[in-house]
Design a protein around this ligand. Structure first.
Ligand code: GAP
Length: 456
């Protein structure tokens, strides 16, 4: 198995210096575990979200998109179980008063070789004690017992604080899909099996956020729920496992950095659950989940709303609550995985090292950089930029030596650099440099868009 060589620090530094991702509220000394996507990062993340939507919604006639409200009726979260039991096992360090997730402490200490998800609180406490796991913050060893901590962010609705109702920022997007099950079914006239998908922000007051974009308190999820007859549910579960793996491989994650991880402990209503894990610089960690959820979610919403969530089979007239297969992946976490995968340091023939992001052209933030060789070629270069920008996102750089400009584009993963030189004025030709091979060819200006489109 190939080990990842890049450290998280290198990724964070590159992201900051090149405009992928900045620390949130940086001029106020930041706001822990929030990140702002910069000009390059927003292009990258949008391309990833578009690729997901294309694969799972656009190309699937049985999947329909929604964009549900972030603030939902608080009863939704009672029905979903989040109010009563959503929560991670947390422990406080009695010395420095920092709070940690017990399962994360165990997994970090065992470098992922111990699966903490199936351990009871007593087992977690025993493991921490036997292995003398110290506080990652102060190095002390004095823990409180494990307690549950509800990570939902609470806000209030109402003009007067005293009369205000408590509302929650959604901790997952899928509830917007469940509550709209019958709306979507009725308006699209879909027959079970069909799926509802959405991409949107979720919020969790995580106890141990960190590792850059890996675990944050505000993040985007790309989730879909397949509603099906129970007899077909395991076939759809297996199908989504395959499709989810093919999707991340297709975006450029290497198969040797990916693996399935079946959950050891299943919810009482579930028949199966698994993650796809990716080999991040911090070790093997969950990238996405595929969960068999039985009829739990729709049944609970039926119970708490008092509205029937039953589907009537148009052929048999049978009424039933469909079984759900859920596929859920974090857009920020996937962006982080793709940043780690793309990062490379290459030794060049002249002894220098170049940092290059080998993004697949489909997800690269910009497809083309237009570079005038000299200042007096700017006008022509801007004309070429204008034409190419009709087809795909491009960038423009006229500052510094051409070598430096190539390096800057390598660092943000631009697959093609189009250089405008004097031949452009005389013969209407440009050179196109390939990011990965660094080979250059000369082609006519009118053929550039076609050349690039064929390769992205
Ligand atoms: N509706 C199911 C659900 O939310 P989850 O395993 O809690 O399941 C699904 O989350 C995915 O969302 C994860 O696999 C991960 O990619 C992403 N995710 C979850 N919590 C996150 C966080 N705090 N920061 C970034 N991404 C997160």
């Amino acid at each position: 198995m190939e080990e990842k060589k890049v450290s998280m620090d290198k990724i964070v530094n590159l992201c900051k210096s090149r405009g992928f991702v900045f620390p949130g509220s940086e001029i106020y000394d930041g706001f822990a575990n929030t990140w702002d996507f910069g000009p390059i990062g927003v292009e990258l993340k949008n391309n990833i979200k578009r690729a997901w939507w294309k694969e799972f919604v656009q190309k699937d006639k049985d999947t329909f998109g929604v964009d549900a409200a972030i603030l939902m009726n608080p009863k939704v979260w009672e029905a979903s179980g989040h109010v009563a039991s959503f929560g991670d096992p947390k422990m406080d360090c009695k010395i420095c008063k920092q709070r940690f997730r017990a399962d994360t402490l165990v997994e970090a200490h065992s470098k992922g070789s111990v699966s903490a998800e199936a351990m009871t609180n007593e087992e977690l406490e025993a493991y921490i004690s036997e292995h003398n796991i110290k506080c990652p913050h102060c190095g002390g060893f004095s823990w409180t017992p494990i307690r549950k901590f509800n990570p939902m962010f609470i806000t209030s609705r109402g003009t007067l604080e005293e009369g205000a109702d408590k509302v929650y920022l959604r901790p997952e997007t899928c509830q917007g899909e469940y509550v709209n099950f019958l709306n979507v079914q009725r308006t699209t006239r879909a027959k079970v099996p069909f799926a509802i998908a959405q991409i949107g922000k979720s919020f969790r007051n995580e106890i141990t956020p960190g590792n850059f974009l890996f675990r944050t308190i505000e993040f985007e999820q790309m989730e879909l729920q397949k509603f099906c007859a129970d007899k077909d549910s395991m076939a759809f579960y297996e199908d989504y496992k395959k499709r989810a793996m093919a999707f991340v491989e297709g975006l450029g994650l290497k198969p040797e950095h990916l693996r399935f991880h079946d959950h050891d402990k299943l919810a009482h209503y579930a028949k199966a659950a698994c993650d796809i894990q990716y080999l991040f610089p911090i070790g093997w960690q969950e990238l996405n989940g595929i969960h068999h959820r039985g009829t739990w979610d729709l049944s609970r919403h039926q119970e708490f709303s008092g509205k029937s969530m039953q589907y009537t089979d148009p052929f048999t007239n049978e009424k039933f609550i469909p079984t759900v297969i859920e596929y859920s992946i974090g857009a920020d976490r996937l962006t982080l995985a793709l940043l780690c995968e793309a990062y490379d340091e290459e030794k060049l023939d002249n002894g220098e090292t170049r940092v290059v992001m080998h993004f697949k052209p489909e997800i690269a933030p910009y497809k083309v950089a237009v570079l005038p060789l000299q200042k007096n070629l700017n006008e022509k270069a801007l004309e070429v930029l204008d034409k190419l920008s009709d087809y795909f996102p491009c960038t423009y750089d006229e500052a510094g030596s051409i070598g430096k400009r190539y390096r800057r584009q390598d660092e943000i993963g631009t697959p093609f650099c189009v250089t405008i030189d004097f031949d452009t004025l005389e013969k209407n030709t440009v050179t196109i440099r390939d990011r990965d091979t660094m080979q250059q060819i000369t082609i006519d200006v009118k053929d550039v868009a076609k050349y690039v489109l064929e390769r992205i």
